[in-house]
Write a protein that binds this ligand. Structure first.
Ligand code: SF4
Length: 358
């Protein structure tokens, strides 16, 4: 049985006023709220996710993912509001075309929870309306005209914050316009608001042929009984589920935590797909695991997990350099406080040495 603290409903939490009396803010959390600045990512979580916090532990990994910290005000010059340079690869509003064979559509900038490490954190509060139908039609024409595209990622924000009838419109229209593409639905809802996954939603998703769901569990404690029940509903509907995690300092950057996470995911029939090194989003320095340490950690996992349970450890290179897999040979040099990395074309990129930046 999963233990929960007193709040346990579907509601969102956006204000400190609704937190239970026994919940005591840590100094860095209090400082954030006292000193909130324009451009800060607003506090937003779900009552469900909040209920998973062990309130006696100031370093609780659930707490750290949803409670803001004044450390977010520590913004480094190497960090960016658009760390993957998505604007460069956006031929149409809400469309990203970074790789020849796939595109990503941001249906909405709304999320059930504002994860404090999110690399799209500076977009979330702006794209609050769903993608306009006219913009969507233009995107469909774009996909139809680009023969190479065979995969469409539906992302956000979190698409599952939209009502079922709106989602059905997007999915069925896309399916009709581009019957050949695989659709990848990226969502954190099973983690932060599993009750959203009900028979109506699953029934609608079941009708979409070629649909894969990509979840985002970062810690084994997020795989609660209710979350696993909802995953089982999706599996029973014949939907294949993958998971991407982010390697986060003080949250999951320990061998035993990651082993437990990937084993638990696999046991639920979720394939661990990616483990991401954090992107250089502004105000996320305190979540960054040193790259060399991350590579060593991954090496330890490789010795203990089969390919079935082991995700790919990857980094989206800064300035839109694209994704690379990380392994013992990835670091090709070091200059001052930066590791040097190379893409497939041999171009080099800098990624900061984490410990020296803190
Ligand atoms: S759910 Fe995803 S997009 Fe939304 S804040 Fe969390 S990580 Fe970012």
């Amino acid at each position: 049985m999963t233990m929960m603290n007193p709040i346990s409903t579907m509601a969102s939490i956006t204000s400190l006023k609704v937190l239970p009396e026994e919940f005591i803010l840590q100094p860095d959390e209090r400082e954030f709220f006292r000193n909130q600045r324009s451009g800060d990512l607003a506090f937003r979580t779900t009552a469900y996710y909040f209920s998973l916090i062990n309130i006696k532990n100031p370093d609780d990994p659930i707490r750290k993912q949803c409670l803001p910290s004044s450390r977010e005000h520590n913004k480094l010059s190497v960090e960016s509001s658009d760390p993957l340079a998505e604007k460069l690869y956006s031929p149409l509003p809400r469309l990203i075309h970074r790789y020849p064979s796939r595109v990503l559509i941001r249906l909405t900038g709304v999320c059930a929870m504002h994860c404090r490490f999110c690399y799209r954190r500076e977009l979330l509060d702006h794209e609050t309306a769903p993608l306009e139908r006219e913009d969507f039609q233009n995107i469909l024409k774009y996909i139809q005209n680009q023969q190479e595209i065979n995969e469409v990622l539906i992302s956000g924000g979190d698409p599952l914050t939209l009502p079922n009838d709106v989602l059905e419109y997007y999915f069925s229209t896309l399916r009709k316009a581009a019957p050949h593409v695989v659709i990848r639905l990226c969502t954190r809802i099973p983690v932060v608001q599993p009750l959203r996954i009900d028979a109506d939603l699953v029934g609608m998703l079941k009708k979409i042929k070629g649909l894969w769901v990509v979840t985002h569990y970062n810690h084994p404690r997020e795989l609660t009984d209710i979350s696993c029940e909802k995953i089982a509903l999706l599996k029973e509907a014949g939907i294949t589920i993958l998971n991407q995690s982010v390697l986060l300092k003080g949250i999951n950057d320990r061998e035993e935590i990651l082993l437990q996470l990937f084993r638990k995911l696999s046991h639920q029939g979720i394939k661990p797909y990616y483990l991401f090194q954090t992107d250089l989003a502004r105000g996320t320095t305190h979540f960054r695991v040193d790259l060399k340490r991350g590579i060593n950690l991954y090496g330890a996992l490789q010795k203990k997990l089969s390919q079935l349970m082991l995700p790919v450890y990857a980094l989206d290179l800064p300035q839109g350099g694209g994704k690379i897999q990380l392994n013992q040979n990835s670091i090709i040099g070091k200059e001052n406080d930066f590791y040097l990395l190379s893409d497939q074309q041999g171009r080099s990129y800098c990624y900061p040495v984490a410990e020296q930046l803190l």
